[in-house]
Design a protein around this ligand. Sequence first.
Ligand SMILES: C[S@@+](CC[C@H](N)C(=O)[O-])C[C@H]1O[C@@H](n2cnc3c(N)ncnc32)[C@H](O)[C@@H]1O
Length: 269
Amino acid sequence: MPDPPRHRQWASLQLRTYVIDRLQAAGCVFAEDEARLLLGQASDEAGLEDLVARRASGLPLEQVLGWAEFDGLRILVDPQVFVPRRRTEFLVREAASQVRAPAVVADLCCGSGAIGAALVARLGPIVLYAADLDPAAVRCARRNLTGSRARVYQGDLFAPLPAALRGRIALLTANAPYVPSDEVRLLPSEARLHEALIALDGGADGLSVARRIVAGAPAWLAAAGVLLIETSERQAAQLAEAVAQAGLTALISSDEDSGATVVHGRRPA
Ligand SMILES: C[S@@+](CC[C@H](N)C(=O)[O-])C[C@H]1O[C@@H](n2cnc3c(N)ncnc32)[C@H](O)[C@@H]1O
């Protein structure tokens, strides 16, 4: 993350130390890095106090700042909207290698629109359709995709997409919720309390939403089109089996550094 702009380097060393101490006392593990970001965001001491108080109360850093860094972009993040995770950059890299502009791309369960925004930044003028069930996520995605040719819809998985897209999607991406219902309580409080449950809870085995995406994918993918879904390492084999049962050619890829796992499903040409 770059240093704050010069006009914001107003903070004294004492103030810096004060912010770090407050954050450490609140249990923030990366207090020094976070202090630098909060100092860079605030324009005066009152604003800084507000940011520090919100962070110390347990709000995710990205929701306090109003943005998250993702694939080299600043993605705007609204309250209760899922904060894009850095591991999802692996799905973006994998997805970007599959198509070229002006391919038709759809991102289901788009949340803040981070995946779509990153694909637009990497690929240029793709024809992007994004959708999410949560109206707050849809509003946030629209903000992040302003200026692109993307269309953002609200509704359940494929339901809000234009029917004319059936059989025409070259790349279908999804980072759907995949935490098993009875493990949601084990998540860090930042996620449990400040991200919508619908963004986290993937049903009994964590694959309820992903399975529905896989089942719908063959009808929406173009010939040789590909589906990419983020999942966990332990769920990948089961999800790949569902992909194969849906008539798609399944593949699992993973990234050791970020711990990310992606299941691919290609429709036969
Ligand atoms: C884990 S979050 C991922 C958000 C975004 N793709 C990202 O990577 O930052 C999952 C998203 O799926 C959405 N979602 C959950 N169930 C859905 C459904 N049935 N139809 C559409 N979206 C859904 C949630 O609202 C949430 O925004």
